[in-house]
Design a binder for this molecule. Structure first.
Ligand code: SAH
Ligand code: SF4
Ligand code: F3S
Length: 478
């Protein structure tokens, strides 16, 4: 086993949570004595966290209250990720701990949700005997029925993948929110077949959510004080929704503009863009609307065309560089970040070097970097041997991390002296005397509160005085 050592550059929520998991609970729910309680812990990408909020909403409709306290729970749910082997190992360890609780509390139900549930299906029940529920990402509406089955002493399992389900009508219960920034799922599944990736198998076919339900959700969030929404999908650029009866189609650029027009004080972000699909129409929409944030997460995966072909990414090095040049031309101040996989099957030293050169070319503001982890059933697992030595993977990963640390620092240092509009999210991690917030480029900015009457959700102009590779430090500009 190698260490799937994720980057420390610009710490990614997804990764921290892949390692630690995160419990939702308590907020916004009245706890009635005698009410059955659920505890939910989430791993993996932001879409999984978003799904946990849908699950919470479904369960509260079924009379369950949320708790952060594991000991108080009658139902313990773990929303899982399969993206790398390490992610699955973490979940198995956690399940072992949950099972100990069950020895003390026999009526406790334990459920596995999300991508691992979908990947392993009934195998989960064979391998983890104490699991009562196995529920795939498209079957959450069935949870009340499955819980009833489990309460009757049988196993509740539904891993049916749907071509239609988008949970469009379910208003997510925002359980672990700062009340300022939130996520909206705009689509589910993925129709790309990147050879390394398990997502098309765990999340099923791509489908886009009703545009009006997205606008309604964003509107409602704005009314409740939210000032930033991030539109989520595995490949947002292929968002496509047909209005019933009219045949009119809403594409991603149009959706972005519709959300941006809700209010100039509502910021719009999105993730993730795919290099083969991101259009100039999207870039022009970003350039035209101040409140569409100037930041694109555009995962390159590798800087070498042969490896990209083996990865089935359907673009090559030149195509990717052309997209970067279009971004620079249309949105000169746009920050760009990336995902990179190192040590993919047959990758040579020279090909690894191409990735380093690509990073230099783009000057990423931030990147998430991973050593290749073979996933059962994927195209790569079937076609290619996972033949790069773990030590070599690790060394190459360290090289890209070192370079990205340098690039992030340089990117941030270039901001010293500049003034940015920052949306305040809350107290900084370090001190209650400091605010933290982000600028349009998605950079975290920390600055002293002073005595001004500001609060989370306010915009403020901040002048940058200092920079680390992860944060800009500044002061309120007069
Ligand atoms: N839909 C997004 C990616 C979702 S998965 C996209 O296409 O960019 C998030 C990241 O995990 C991927 O971008 C990739 O860098 C990484 N990843 C996916 N499968 C992996 C694997 N088998 N081994 C290592 N990293 C992987
Ligand atoms: Fe996986 Fe590729 Fe789909 Fe991203 S676009 S989720 S990497 S198959
Ligand atoms: Fe993981 Fe599933 Fe997301 S595999 S990265 S939780 S779509």
């Amino acid at each position: 086993m190698y260490d799937d050592n994720p980057t420390l550059v610009g710490i990614k929520k997804e990764i921290i949570e892949e390692i630690q998991g995160q419990a939702f609970g308590d907020q916004g729910i009245e706890t009635v004595p005698g009410t059955r309680m659920f505890y939910i812990e989430s791993y993996g990408c932001q879409m999984n966290f978003s799904d946990s909020e849908i699950v919470a909403s479904i369960l509260s409709g079924y009379g369950y209250g949320a708790t952060r306290n594991l000991e108080m729970a009658d139902l313990v749910l773990i929303n899982t990720c399969s993206i790398r082997e390490k992610a699955e190992e973490t979940v198995r360890k956690r399940l072992g701990q949950f099972n100990l609780l069950k020895n003390e509390k026999p009526h406790l139900l334990i459920g596995v949700l999300g991508c691992m549930a979908e990947r392993l299906k009934t195998k989960f029940l064979e391998e983890e005997k104490l699991v009562d529920l196995v529920v795939g990402p498209d079957a959450y509406r069935d949870l009340p029925g499955l819980i009833a089955t489990a309460e009757d002493g049988e196993k509740g399992i539904n891993v049916f993948l749907s071509r239609e389900e988008t949970y469009a009508d379910i208003s997510p219960m925002r359980l672990d929110s700062n009340g300022v920034t939130g996520f909206i799922s705009i689509m589910r599944g993925c129709d790309n077949m990147c050879s390394f990736c398990v997502v098309p198998f765990t999340r099923g076919r791509e489908r886009s959510r009703d545009a009006f339900s997205i606008i309604a959700e964003a509107n409602e969030m704005f009314e409740r004080g939210y000032r930033e929404v991030t539109l989520l999908g595995q490949n947002v650029d292929s968002y496509k929704w047909e209005k019933p009866d009219s045949g009119d189609v809403v594409n991603f650029a149009q959706l972005l503009v519709m959300v941006a027009k809700i209010n100039p004080a509502l910021r719009v972000r999105f993730s993730t863009s795919h290099p083969k699909d991101i259009t100039d129409e999207v870039l022009y929409a970003m350039a035209r609307h101040e409140n569409i944030c100037k930041y694109i997460h555009l995962p390159v995966q590798s800087g070498n065309s042969r490896i990209l072909e083996m990865m089935n990414r359907t673009y090559d090095r030149e195509w990717y560089m052309e997209r970067i040049e279009s971004i620079r031309r249309i949105i000169p101040d746009c920050a760009i970040s990336s995902d990179i996989i190192t040590g993919f099957c047959t990758e040579t030293e020279e090909e690894h070097l191409d990735t380093l050169l690509m990073m230099e070319f783009v000057q990423y503001s931030m990147a998430y970097m991973f050593a290749y982890s073979e996933r059962p059933g994927t195209l790569a697992a079937r076609k290619y041997a996972d033949d790069i030595d773990e030590e070599i993977k690790k060394r190459r990963l360290n090289e890209i991390i070192r370079l990205q640390n340098h690039l992030s620092l340089e990117h941030n240092k270039a901001d010293i002296g500049k003034i940015f509009k920052v949306l305040i999210e809350g107290d900084s991690k370090r001190s209650a005397d400091e605010w933290k917030g982000r600028n349009t480029q998605n950079k975290m900015v920390v600055f002293p509160k002073l005595s001004l009457e500001l609060k989370p959700g306010d915009y403020v102009m901040v002048k940058v005085n200092k920079a680390t590779s992860a944060t800009l430090l500044g002061e309120i500009a007069q």
